[in-house]
Design a protein around this ligand. Structure first.
Ligand code: 13P
Length: 249
């Protein structure tokens, strides 16, 4: 039985006040015993968030990182800087990074490796567009996204992280993948990994993201292939985030 992950990705939302309120609501709740509860606030608030959730069992991470350890990279934030702020995880290859910032599979793989080098646990985000799904290219597209990371960091590297399947057509649209659709792609991701390491294919956590809400979370998480969720909009309010955590326990 794989340990579930419930991760909130706040994207570019938040304020010092909102972080303080969220952390206050989490304090006292002991959340990390049965599953990994993670929050990815904007990096500007990562330090505040980490301080605010101390002893709650909730861990935090960054939504992105620079592939280099340091250097002349204006605006960049390195894995070591994230770790020093108390971040333990990093998202890599979120579809909004890929589409808004032109991140290629190779760059995403470099970021995954940089997160590992900094001692962070990377979550590789993959997922197809609606057009790719309709033209039957979704599986080969997602398989290549996974394969590029395996080639860059090896199966031992991938094993230190997790994978999030986030179909682009389901992100922020209110249109969730049917549990069977999610399960089918999670199985494809495992088959891709199995070509390199059959044991890792079964042990790695593959979580689902895309319009997860308190209303659909339990049904999605009841799929044995779905090891939890990466939650955008519904993670911004602490009560709906906690309802989704409860659905995974
Ligand atoms: P929504 O839950 O808002 O669809 O966002 C999903 C997502 O992109 C999480 O990383």
């Amino acid at each position: 039985m794989r340990r579930s992950i419930i991760a909130g990705n706040w994207k570019m939302h938040g304020s010092r006040e909102a972080v303080a309120g969220f952390c206050k609501a989490l304090r006292g709740a002991r959340l990390g015993a049965e599953l990994d509860v993670l929050v990815f606030p904007p990096v500007a608030y990562l330090g505040q968030f980490v301080d605010g959730v101390r002893n709650t069992g909730v861990a935090a991470g960054a939504q992105d990182l620079h592939p280099a350890a340091q250097g002349a990279h204006t605006g960049g934030v390195s894995g070591a800087m994230i770790a020093e702020l108390g971040g333990r995880w990093a998202l890599t290859g979120h579809s909004e990074r890929r589409s808004e910032h032109g991140e290629s599979d190779a760059l995403v793989a470099a970021k995954f490796g940089a997160a590992l080098s900094a001692g962070l646990r990377p979550i590789l985000c993959v997922g197809e567009t609606l057009a790719q799904r309709q033209s039957g290219e979704a599986e080969s597209f997602v398989a290549r996204q996974v394969q590029t990371v395996i080639e860059a960091v090896g199966v031992d590297g991938l094993a230190r992280g997790a994978v999030a399947y986030e179909p682009i057509w389901a992100i922020g649209t209110g249109e969730t993948a049917a549990p069977g659709q999610a399960a089918g792609m999670h199985r494809l991701i495992r088959e891709t990994i199995a070509a390199s390491d059959a044991a890792l294919a079964e042990s790695i956590r593959v979580i689902y993201g895309g319009s997860v809400s308190p209303h659909n979370a339990a049904e999605l998480f009841s799929e044995p292939e779905v090891d939890g969720g990466l939650i955008g909009g519904a993670s911004l309010q602490v009560q709906s985030f906690l309802a989704i955590v409860a659905a995974a326990v």
